[in-house]
Design a protein around this ligand. Structure first.
Ligand SMILES: Cc1cc2nc3c(=O)[nH]c(=O)nc-3n(C[C@H](O)[C@H](O)[C@H](O)COP(=O)(O)OP(=O)(O)OC[C@H]3O[C@@H](n4cnc5c(N)ncnc54)[C@H](O)[C@@H]3O)c2cc1C
Ligand SMILES: NC(=O)c1ccc[n+]([C@@H]2O[C@H](COP(=O)([O-])OP(=O)(O)OC[C@H]3O[C@@H](n4cnc5c(N)ncnc54)[C@H](O)[C@@H]3O)[C@@H](O)[C@H]2O)c1
Length: 453
């Protein structure tokens, strides 16, 4: 006998867990299906452990700046403290009991196993078939994309999961990919004395962001002793039982390291989820959704699987919209114009909305301004560790900001005001006549607005 429920949520990462819990609290009969840990990638192998590492690495870096600012401070990096904190405080030793109990307390039912769509509004988990009266939500996230480099698949390469759960740091590590994961992990590991080389295929790290952001990230990594190779293609990878050997196209000598971290982006396994049973293309990169997060009749999708930005805040934002749609509560459609993101390197590199290139490619008449942090009073006072810049992108015809990048010691926090400006389309003319606190990092916004050309 098939089991009748109101909603089945497949995948309980940040978006799915929120959806399942909120719909259950609203009185619906909800089944949440989870193949691994309730909470998903973010709390166990993603945002939370990586930011805990970064907090520790930043403390070391700040202590090292004491020499230039305040005297002498000695540091003796101990990865055991970081690994222990991640184990105890962040992940409960990779145990999701608390999250599973939280869902149960809200009235949701957890079904452990791998869910598959086997028809419209129908999900099968290890032979159990659920018929969802209102529908099914796909929230199965993403996995590391492993490039088809000869030899790589046969080696014991690391993904983010190994890096986040490392009890000890390797003496040396090659990082394939200089995106968000590559840049963050490379810097932290280097600060804990691991010899790190980043191999990035594009001509700079963080290649999807402003060129100035990528250049700053490369400089920051190099300042921490990371070797950054750009425009680099890996020809072959091998492992001899002890170490990795990596040959690059055009290189004469191979690179060797104890570990190889692959951080070359993510993909969503739509075929494994059986999306064709709901009329969707299993070979697509993402599940297309409308403004209400609907993918088909009685089918919603949220999170990484939608391809609208692999961030926890995107997944949660979309989940809120899907909840409203399922419950029939009014509210605005999804709007990605002011999509914020922060790469938590030191300096933090934060951006919202369009880059200059994206704005120009859309045919906008663009005005921009780029100011180095050192040109502001606060940036100059800050001294060592204050590197960064502020960049604004204006749609000159409408007189509103459509994008901004803030990089610096508090780049992610500074972004907030710019996020509001882009989201609410606050006229640049109004922003120019605001009072900006002296001497903050964000006061640079006033100077940048004046410099828009
Ligand atoms: C190292 C790292 C650092 C990151 N740092 C940040 C950060 O600082 N800020 C930020 O916003 N984002 C960050 N991210 C991205 C963030 O983790 C993801 O965007 C977010 O977790 C995606 O949420 P989601 O809801 O799509 O699902 P996910 O977290 O991907 O979870 C999906 C869940 O679905 C389950 N699942 C998959 N298939 C099935 C199935 N068939 N049946 C049942 N269950 C299934 C999985 O087991 C998993 O638990 C980071 C990611 C990584 C890897
Ligand atoms: N702070 C944050 O919010 C944060 C932190 C980590 C991860 N994330 C999320 O997780 C996602 C995945 O992170 P990621 O770093 O794996 O992906 P990414 O897409 O951010 O970066 C991948 C990088 O690898 C490069 N690359 C791809 N194939 C390559 C190859 N064969 N050789 C060399 N370089 C290659 C790309 O040019 C790119 O720069 C991110 O896109 C982001 O959405 C967010």
């Amino acid at each position: 006998m098939n089991e009748q429920v109101d909603v089945v949520v497949i995948g309980l990462g940040p978006g799915g867990e929120y959806l399942a819990g909120t719909l259950a609290e609203a009185g619906l009969d909800v089944v949440g299906v989870e193949a691994e840990l309730v909470g998903g990638e973010c709390p166990y192998w993603g945002c939370v452990p990586s930011k805990m590492m970064i907090r520790a690495g930043n403390a070391l870096a700040e202590a090292r700046r004491v020499t230039a600012l305040a005297g002498r401070a000695e540091t003796a990096p101990d990865w055991g403290l970081v690994a222990g904190r991640i184990r105890r405080e962040a992940t409960d030793d990779w145990n999701d009991r608390v999250a599973a109990d939280r869902l149960a307390a809200k009235g949701g039912r957890l079904v452990r196993g791998r869910g598959r769509l086997t028809g419209p509004r129908r999900v099968t988990v290890d032979g159990r078939v659920f018929e969802a009266r209102r529908g099914v939500v796909l929230a199965t996230g993403s996995r590391p994309r492993i490039p088809p480099v000869p030899g790589l698949a046969a080696t014991p390469y690391w993904t983010n999961r190994d890096a986040m759960s490392a009890k000890e740091l390797p003496a040396s590590m090659l990082v394939l990919g200089g995106g968000a994961i590559g840049a963050e992990v490379a810097q932290v590991f280097a600060r804990f004395t691991c010899r790190v080389t980043v191999v990035e295929g594009q001509d700079r790290p963080l290649s999807q962001e402003e060129p100035e952001a990528g250049e700053l990230a490369a400089e920051a990594l190099r300042a921490d002793g990371v070797t950054v190779l750009t425009g680099a293609r890996v020809r072959q990878v091998a492992h001899d039982g002890d170490e990795f050997t990596v040959w690059l196209e055009g290189g004469t000598e191979p690179h060797r390291a104890e570990r190889l971290l692959v951080a070359t982006g993510r993909y969503s396994d739509l075929a494994g989820l059986g999306v064709e049973a709901a009329g969707l293309d299993p070979t697509a990169r993402a599940v297309p959704t409308d403004g209400r997060m609907r993918a088909a009749d009685g089918l919603w999708a949220v999170g990484d699987i939608t391809g609208r930005g692999a961030f926890t805040h995107v997944s949660m934002y979309q989940a809120q919209i899907a909840v409203r749609d399922i419950l029939g509560t009014p509210g605005p459609d999804a709007d990605y114009r002011a999509l914020p993101r922060v790469t938590f390197t030191d300096p933090e590199i934060a951006a919202v909305g369009l880059t200059e290139r994206q704005a120009r490619d859309r045919g906008l008449r663009v005005r921009t301004a780029v100011l180095p942090n050192a040109s502001s009073t606060r940036g100059w006072i800050h001294g060592p560790g204050g590197e960064g810049f502020l960049k604004l992108v204006e749609d000159a015809d409408r007189g509103v900001l459509v994008g901004a990048t803030s990089a610096g010691p508090a780049g992610g926090e500074l972004l907030y005001g710019l996020n509001v400006a882009v989201h609410a389309e606050v006229p640049v003319e109004r922003l120019r006549h605001m009072i900006y606190t002296y001497p903050t990092f964000h006061r640079a916004v006033e100077a940048a607005l004046a410099a828009l050309r």
